[in-house]
Design a binder for this molecule. Sequence first.
Ligand code: ADP
Ligand code: MG
Length: 311
Amino acid sequence: MSGSEFDLIYRYLAGFGAGPHTRLGIGDDAAVLSLPPGTELLVSTDTQVEGVHFLAETLPEQVAYRAIAAAASDLVAMGAAPLAMTMSLTLPEPDELWLHSFSVGVGDASSDLSLPLVGGDTTKGPLTIGVTVLGYTPVGQWLTRGGASPGEVLCVTGTLGDSACAVALLSGGLPEDCQLSPEQMEFVEQRFYRPEPRFGLTTWLREHATACIDISDGLLADVGHLADASGVAVTIEADRVPLSQVLAVLPRDRALDWALGGGDDYEIAFTVRAGTALPEKVREIGRVDFGEGVSCSGFEAKKSGYDHFRS
Ligand code: ADP
Ligand code: MG
């Protein structure tokens, strides 16, 4: 990038760095962050590529918000509180209108998720957004995928499948038996573009969850990772999988295919001891047994795992 191109990017992105842990933000060779005493640092990176993770016609504001929320979801899955983020941005052209819209999404996500943007890198090339998120937990209290034991139950936050419905809608239209009103379309698109990482649950999760993962590739695929890491079998009861009001009235097999196999929900799946009192927006959907792998009772899911816009 030339100096003036860089100035433009700097002008739009340098204003989101302030936060309780930021000692030095954008502008120097590295950012400086302070960690609360008695905590450990958690780090995760997520990359979004135009045409793979989002369609070329997506509003820059939505691209930015979703890239940040998707990355932040991994911190929630580890039970971490948000500290800060950095962003590597690859842009074909530093277009001012594009940057203006993009910076609105960065600012919204940064403030909604308490993740100040403290640094990054900018290069020229096909549009790609890499977000590195930093978080912290009290020493030794982070969660992993590996702690589930037989006899425990599987829970999820929020509702599942809305994002996969939105991807179907955006990439060619919904099946004929799944027509939605404009308000319902708006709802599922918002669920796709504005995931809500559940930072409000991380304290509770650290206290109660035995294993935890975020649902980025689809419920079956991600719970499969949790089962493998924990060395257990997990059975999901299809009829207990939480659906939004929009998906709940669609044909059951379509809605459950999206909820079990579709990705990008960025909700959290976790295990707890049976009988644990659950917070709002959390539903028990299955159980942990001796054995291996994930299975589903009450529904034969068509696909597990998720391949974004490549259908
Ligand atoms: P250097 O050449 O030392 O790596 P740069 O000139 O690339 O530094 O960046 C200057 C400052 O701007 C640094 O503080 C860097 O973190 C920040 N920066 C560059 N690109 C971005 C971006 N896309 N988002 C946030 N901060 C950025
Ligand atoms: Mg430098």
